[in-house]
Design a protein around this ligand. Structure first.
Ligand code: ADP
Ligand code: MG
Length: 247
């Protein structure tokens, strides 16, 4: 496979914070329709890697290509327009709007204007809201005020708000933190469904959860990749057991 076939190609990526390399010459390829999980000890550079891909942090060296477009020096909002969606650890939903309204306002601006087309677009928005509400297990909560949702439901709503923009790459940083066992199960389902037609990168610590969702696992350590492959292979790797799983 040539590098142009990947949804995301990260090559020799480095970022230094006052001389400390949080990401150190890292190379990573993600396929279309792939759900990749990134694991590794605290401080390994996992969140920083997502920050670099979404444009929140600027790289010191190396390259990030998305659908073969060079992103490395592109502004954050342009990366969003290209199809990159990122969920942060704390949800940013509108607590006093309904679930429906939260999803509706997340429909990309600029697509629903155009005078005569407005009616058609409104229907398009509504139908997208309904489809996504099903995907995120909130179809019977459309009229509920978002502030009244459980912690887990708020996390799903935020994923839904990102899905409204139809991202081709979706990145989630520890999406099940603070969720109940049942919510974790439903989140595993949800992720398996939404990785069809796009690529998804998930950072997670819960190994049972990782086992359920990952197509492939990347283990990071000190800004580098320590191991990569199917879960069973990574779990049996002595290097991985030594720096992460053994603790
Ligand atoms: P992880 O998500 O794997 O726990 P992070 O990506 O948050 O790790 O952090 C990796 C390392 O980079 C840590 O040592 C952290 O302190 C450092 N770091 C992250 N962001 C910054 C920053 N903006 N300035 C300085 N150091 C940072
Ligand atoms: Mg982190």
């Amino acid at each position: 496979m040539s590098n142009t076939d990947f949804a995301l190609a990260v090559e020799d990526l480095t970022v230094s914070f006052d001389g400390f390399k949080a990401i150190d010459a890292l190379t990573l390829y993600i396929d279309k329709n792939e759900l990749r999980v990134i694991i590794g000890p605290n401080g390994a550079g996992k969140t920083t890697l997502l920050d670099l891909i979404c444009g929140k942090t600027k790289a010191s060296a190396g390259s990030i290509k998305f659908k073969n477009t060079e992103l490395t020096r592109m502004a954050e909002h342009k990366r969003v327009r290209l199809g990159i969606g990122r969920k942060f650890q704390t949800p940013s939903i509108y607590e006093n709007l309904s679930v429906f309204q939260n999803l509706e306002v997340s429909f990309p601006a600029g697509r629903s204007v155009m005078g005569a087309l407005a009616f058609k677009c409104t229907d398009e928005v509504k139908s997208r809201v309904r489809t996504i509400a099903e995907d995120i297990h909130l179809h019977d909560k459309l009229d509920t005020e978002a502030g009244l949702l459980s912690h887990g439901q708020k996390q799903w709503l935020e994923i839904g708000m990102l899905l409204m923009q139809e991202p081709e790459l979706l990145m989630l940083d520890e999406p099940i933190a603070g969720m109940s066992a049942r919510e974790r199960e439903l989140t595993a389902d949800l992720l398996q469904r939404i990785c069809k037609g796009r690529s998804v990168i998930v950072i997670e610590h819960d190994m049972e959860f990782v086992k359920r969702i990952a197509h492939k696992v990347t283990v990071m350590h000190q800004g580098k990749i320590l191991a990569e492959g199917p879960m069973e292979q990574v779990q049996a790797d002595p290097k991985v057991i030594d720096v992460y799983l053994g603790h």
